[in-house]
Each structure stands twice: as C-alpha cells, then as structure tokens.
Design a protein around this ligand. Structure first.
Ligand code: ADP
Ligand code: MG
Length: 346
C-alpha cells in the first residue's frame, strides 16, 4: 500500500511550461523574429527595424512604431496565455490579428535574456522591463523611447543547451532571418522594413502602396513583375489578387511561392493543389510556378487556430475556396496565353 498523501503527478513549474511551449514555436532565431514582427504588425506599426548580431543568436533587436504597451501591462505581456487580442470564444472564431494565443513573448523570454522598452501612444515616457529566462528581474523603469516598442533578446537558448545544439551556422540562420523579413515584407507593402546584421544594413524596404511592384522587385528580384500577371478576382466575399508568374518563368523548385490569407503567410494543401491545377494546362511536368498571391475573406470563415505556428488553417468551406483559387488562376493563365513563351528561366 502506498501513502495516500504522496503524489507522482505534480504541476510543472511555469518556466518549464514556457520552455516546452518555446519548443513548439521557437526553433531558431527566424521563428522568434516571425513572432516579434507579427506583434509589431498587430500593434499597427508602419516601420519595423530589425538589428541582429550573429544571426540573432547573440542579439536580436526589433523596434516598431506601433501603439506600444502600457506600463502596467509590461509584466503581463510576458505571462503565458495573456493577450490583448482576443477575449472570448466569439473573438477566437473570427481572428483579425496575426497573434492571439499569448504564447510568443513568454516562450521567447523563457529561452533568452530579454528587455522590453515601450512607450504607449499618449504616454509621456517609455518604460522598460528585463527578464532572464522568464524571471522578471525588474519593476518597470523609466526609459527614453519614442512611441512604439523595442524588444531585445540575447543569447538564444542559453539555458536550454539541447535546443542550442540544433542551431546551424550563422550564415544559415541568417538566411532564415532574411527570408522571414522578406516574407513579412511581402505581406505588408505599406510597412517599411529594415534589417541590419553585425552593424551593416543588409535590407532596406521603404513603404510603398499595396500593389506597387517596387516592393515585389526588391524582395523577389527585378525580373519577377515583368514575368508575372497582376490580377484581381472577386467572388462574393472572397478576393484574390497578386502576381501569377508566367509559365515561361517557371522554376525547377517550388521556392518562390507565397500565399497570404488575410495577411498571414500560409502553406495550405487545398491552396497549393488549387494553384497547381490552375497552372496544369500551361506548365510542363516538373516545373513550378512563381506566385505571390493574396486571398482576403471573412475571418469567420477560416479557422487559424490549428497549429501553434499558424502556418496551417482550416477553411470552413474549403471546396468553395479551392474552386475560386483554381478558376481564378486558370482564367488568368488562359487570358495571358499570348505572353506564354517557351523560354524557361532557372
Ligand atoms: P499574442 O500576440 O498572441 O497576443 P504575445 O505573447 O506575442 O501574444 O504578446 C503578448 C501581448 O503583448 C500582445 O497581446 C500585445 O498586447 C503585447 N505586445 C507584444 N508585442 C508588442 C508590440 N510590438 N507592440 C505592442 N504590443 C505588443
Ligand atoms: Mg504574438
């Protein structure tokens, strides 16, 4: 007989819980940066500055000019499942922001040394908190900061050596960081992005109007707009727009395909299939189209609460979405038939 007062099951320490969550969403500097840029965009930022040393492992700093965080919310922002973005089930069923789970900051804080500086719109000054592996080390202290938020992390995975082992070379990690900034920059042409690495500006993207090909050129290459058809298609409450690469501009790999749903980059089987089908009459076997597409629809008709990283979504009427995307691309391709050459790039 065992002693009934003894337990084998116990609740985990909050820091460990955060580190477990970090295991799901924070794989490398780039996944951390994705979460931080999403937060800046959710805060209404129009300019986002990213400055990293050693590919963000040693130091990653992101500044935005969004609405900032209240002094009294700074500690809360680092608590798990704490968010300003949703309140009840009804909100959860029509997510209009990129974040909503309240997991990113506590997860990042649990595997880095972090400082947050923020000044709320309307506040007279900024405030700063620091945390060390999730332990808040200070009460907010006053700091000079323009309206907006600066988050700085140091020594990613310093306290979780098992995860640190999986980091690749700085060159590889930086490539991922650069990819994230480019993807986010494709999602919001109206937001300026800057990326600096080891003290040098490596990417500077001024804000431009929503469908301005200059942003596309800077992110994907000068030749992309001229080898693509820009189009807009509308069906009921769904709107698909963007650049569909000409068949003559196809690639041997599916490495230049971006699909944004309500501003969020997704990798969805239904969508990939629909696009492929839209191209099937005009593309040779084994070739992959280039595309940067934007689907806008009522957020209530799609569930983004499927996976912690939110790359996957569930459409409530996936058949309707599939046929809309497929038919749109088919129409675009058939009407651009004149421009379809036999030249193959790459
Ligand atoms: P979520 O984005 O899911 O709400 P996070 O852990 O990423 O969760 O962020 C927690 C909260 O901190 C957000 O809900 C938001 O209120 C605040 N926050 C985080 N980053 C910023 C930022 N750059 N500007 C303004 N508020 C922010
Ligand atoms: Mg977030």
């Amino acid at each position: 007989h065992t002693d009934p007062s003894q337990h084998r099951i116990h609740a985990l320490d909050p820091r460990l819980i955060n580190q477990i969550a970090a295991g799901e969403i924070i794989e490398r500097p780039a996944s951390m940066l994705k979460e931080l840029i999403e937060n800046a965009l959710d805060a209404g930022a129009t300019a986002i500055d990213v400055d990293v040393d050693n590919a963000g492992v040693k130091r990653l700093k992101i500044s935005d000019n969004g609405h900032g965080i209240l002094r009294q919310d700074l500690a809360m922002a680092l608590s798990r499942h704490a968010t300003s973005k949703i309140q009840d089930l009804q909100d959860l069923e029509q997510i209009a922001t990129l974040g909503f789970r309240g997991e990113a900051l506590p997860s990042i804080a649990s595997v880095t040394r972090m400082t947050i500086q923020s000044r709320e719109r309307g506040a007279e000054q900024g405030w700063m908190v620091s945390s060390d592996g999730n332990n808040l080390t200070t009460e907010p202290t006053p700091v000079a900061h323009p309206v907006g938020t600066t988050i700085e992390t140091r020594d990613l995975f310093y306290n979780t050596p098992a995860r640190r082992k999986f980091l690749r070379t700085d060159a590889t990690e930086f490539k991922h960081l650069d990819q994230i900034v480019r993807r986010m920059a494709l999602s919001r042409f109206d937001v300026a992005f800057k990326l600096s690495h080891n003290g040098k500006v490596v990417l500077h993207l001024p804000s431009v109007p929503a469908d301005d090909p200059r942003r596309l050129k800077m992110v994907c290459g000068d030749n992309v707009p001229e080898n693509s058809v820009y189009f807009t298609e509308q069906r009921e409450d769904m709107r698909l727009s963007g650049w569909a690469g000409l068949p003559s501009f196809s690639r041997s790999q599916a490495d230049m395909q971006y699909f944004f749903l309500n501003g969020r980059l997704i990798r969805d089987k239904t969508i990939v299939h629909a696009v492929r089908l839209g191209y099937q009459d005009v593309l040779f076997h084994g070739r992959h189209p280039v595309y940067v597409l934007y689907l806008e629809m009522d957020p209530a008709r799609v569930d983004v609460n499927v996976h912690p990283t939110k790359h996957e979504v569930r459409f409530r009427e996936s058949g309707a979405v599939h046929s809309f995307v497929f038919r749109s691309l088919q129409r675009v391709m058939s009407s651009s038939a004149g421009e379809v050459g036999s030249l193959q790039v790459d």
